[in-house]
Design a protein around this ligand. Structure first.
Ligand code: KG4
Ligand code: ZN
Length: 405
C-alpha cells in the first residue's frame, strides 16, 4: 500500500510518500519521497510559533513540498488533466479559506497525472488549529481530485509509531531509499511522549489501543525548554540550544554545579508531571543574579542549562520508572521532539540497562523524533489497513490519544 502523508500541525510543512508492506505485527516501510520545510527561521523573531503566520506559510509551501516529494518518489508525471466541474466547485469551496493555496493547487493538479498512491493521510490533531486546517483542507482537495481515500491521523500516534520503527537499511531519513520496519513489538508498550505541546505516559496494552498513565498538570516539557531558553536569551526553539550548552558544561571535567533547581512532583507518588514550577525557579534564580552589560554571560547560562536539563531528566526518568513498575511494560519508547535530547537519550539508555534489563528501549533517530510526515504515513498505514477511511475531517487542537482510566 502506498501512502501519501501530510503534516502541518505546527511549524513544519511536510509530505512523505511511503510504500508499506506486511501486516500490523510486522510491517516494512520504504521511503519513496520525503520533503520537509521548517518555519523555524520565520518564527524565531516571535520567540515561538505564531499560529496565523504558520497557517500562511503552510498554505504557501504545501504545493512546492508536494511537488518535491512526488518528484523524489518518481511519481511526478506531467500531463494535462481536466477536472470535472462538480469536483472543481467543491474543491474551490474547501480551499476558500486558504488564500493563495487554491490557485497553486489547481495549477498543479491540472498539469500532472494523479500519482500511483492508495491513500492520503493527514494530521487531524493535536496541534495549532489554524495550521491543522490548511493540511486537512489540502488533503481533502487532493482526495477529491485524485479520487483516493482519506485517513485522519493522530499526531501523537505518529510519534509512538516513529519511536517503534527501526532502521532497516540506509543512513538518513532525509533520503529516498530509507527502509524502516516495525516488528518484534512486545506488548504492553509504555510510551513517554515529550514534545512542545505534550508530556504524557501512555500505555499500549493492545496493538494501537492506548491508556493514559500520567500527564503534565501544566507546561509540556518542550514548552519548559523553550521558555527557559528565552529567559536565557537563547533563540527559538530552545531545546537544542539548552542541550548544546548543557553538553558543553558536561565536557568540562571536575566542574561543580553552581545552582540547584527543584525536581517538581518527583516524590508525588503519581505518574503525573509538572514543569511550571521549574520554569519559575529559573526565573527567580535569574532575578536574584544581577546581569552584566553583556547579558547573563556564557558561563552562567551553561550552569543553568545544565542544571535545568538534569532536573527535567531526573523527573522524566523517575515517573517513567514508576510507570514501568506499575504497568509491567515489556518495551519503552520515547517519542516527540524532546526525545532528540542527547542527555535524556543517554540517561534512559543507561537506566533501562541497569534497572529494567528485561525491558527493551526504542528511541527514534533524531530526524524522526521531531515533527515529520514519515511518522504520519506510518500511522496512516495502520489506520488504512483497518479501513478507517473518512469522508470529512475536523481539526482538533486537543485531540487526545488515550483516555485516563
Ligand atoms: O514534536 P515536536 O517537533 O513538535 C510538537 O509536536 O510540539 O517538538 C518540538 C519541541 C520543542 O519544544 C523543541 O524545543 C523540543 O521539541 N526539542 C528539544 C530538542 N530538539 C527539539 N528539546 C530538548 N532537546 C532537544 N535536542
Ligand atoms: Zn510533534
Amino acid at each position: 500500500m502506498r501512502i501519501l502523508a501530510i503534516e502541518t500541525s505546527c511549524d513544519e510543512t511536510a509530505i512523505a510518500i511511503l510504500e508499506c508492506t506486511g501486516d500490523e505485527k510486522s510491517a516494512k516501510f520504504n521511503v519513496l519521497g520525503n520533503a520537509l520545510l521548517s518555519q523555524i527561521e520565520i518564527h524565531k523573531e516571535y520567540g515561538g510559533v505564531f499560529p496565523a503566520l504558520a497557517k500562511r506559510e503552510h498554505a504557501k509551501n504545501l504545493v512546492p513540498i508536494l511537488e518535491a516529494a512526488m518528484e523524489e518518489a518518481e511519481l511526478l508525471h506531467e500531463d494535462t488533466q481536466a477536472i470535472p466541474e462538480k469536483i472543481s466547485a467543491t474543491v474551490s469551496e474547501i480551499l476558500a479559506r486558504e488564500p493563495g493555496l487554491s490557485e497553486s493547487f489547481f495549477e498543479f493538479v491540472s498539469e500532472c497525472e494523479p500519482p500511483d498512491i492508495d491513500a492520503i493521510a493527514v494530521t487531524a490533531g493535536p496541534g495549532l488549529e489554524p495550521a491543522l486546517w490548511v493540511g486537512i483542507n489540502f488533503a481533502k482537495a487532493l482526495s477529491l481530485v485524485w479520487d483516493r481515500p482519506l485517513v485522519a491521523v493522530n499526531h501523537m500516534e505518529g510519534h509512538v509509531l516513529a519511536a517503534l520503527a527501526r532502521k532497516y537499511k540506509g543512513e538518513s531519513i532525509r533520503y529516498k531509499g530509507e527502509i524502516l520496519e516495525i516488528c518484534d513489538v512486545k506488548l504492553p508498550v509504555l510510551a513517554l511522549l515529550i514534545s512542545g505541546g505534550h508530556t504524557e505516559l501512555v500505555l499500549m496494552k493492545e496493538w494501537l489501543e492506548y491508556e493514559l498513565v500520567g500527564q503534565t498538570r501544566d507546561d509540556a516539557v518542550g514548552e519548559a525548554f523553550d521558555k527557559v531558553a528565552r529567559m536565557l536569551e537563547l533563540p527559538y526553539p530552545g531545546g537544542p540550544e539548552i542541550s548544546r550548552l548543557a553538553e558543553e558544561m558536561r565536557e568540562l571535567r571536575g566542574f561543580t554545579s553552581k545552582f540547584t533547581l527543584p525536581r517538581p512532583m518527583i516524590d508525588s507518588g503519581t505518574c503525573d508531571f509538572s514543569f511550571a514550577g521549574l520554569k519559575t525557579a529559573v526565573l527567580y534564580l535569574l532575578k536574584n543574579e544581577p546581569t552584566s552589560a553583556q547579558g547573563y554571560g556564557e558561563a552562567r547560562k551553561k550552569h543553568i542549562a545544565h542544571e535545568f536539563e538534569n532536573a527535567v531528566t531526573d523527573v522524566l526518568w523517575k515517573k517513567t520508572a514508576q510507570a514501568l513498575e506499575e504497568t509491567g511494560a515489556q518495551m519503552l519508547v520515547i517519542g516527540g521532539g524532546v526525545s532528540a535530547n542527547t542527555h535524556i537519550r543517554r540517561v534512559f539508555k543507561e537506566k533501562i540497562a541497569s534497572d529494567f534489563p528485561n525491558c527493551s528501549l526504542r528511541i527514534p533517530t533524531s530526524s524522526l523524533s521531531t515533527d515529520n510526515a514519515i511518522m504520519i504515513a506510518l500511522a496512516g498505514f495502520y489506520r488504512a489497513s483497518r479501513k478507517e477511511f473518512v469522508k470529512d475531517i475536523i481539526a482538533d487542537g486537543n485531540l487526545s490519544l488515550a483516555k485516563k482510566l
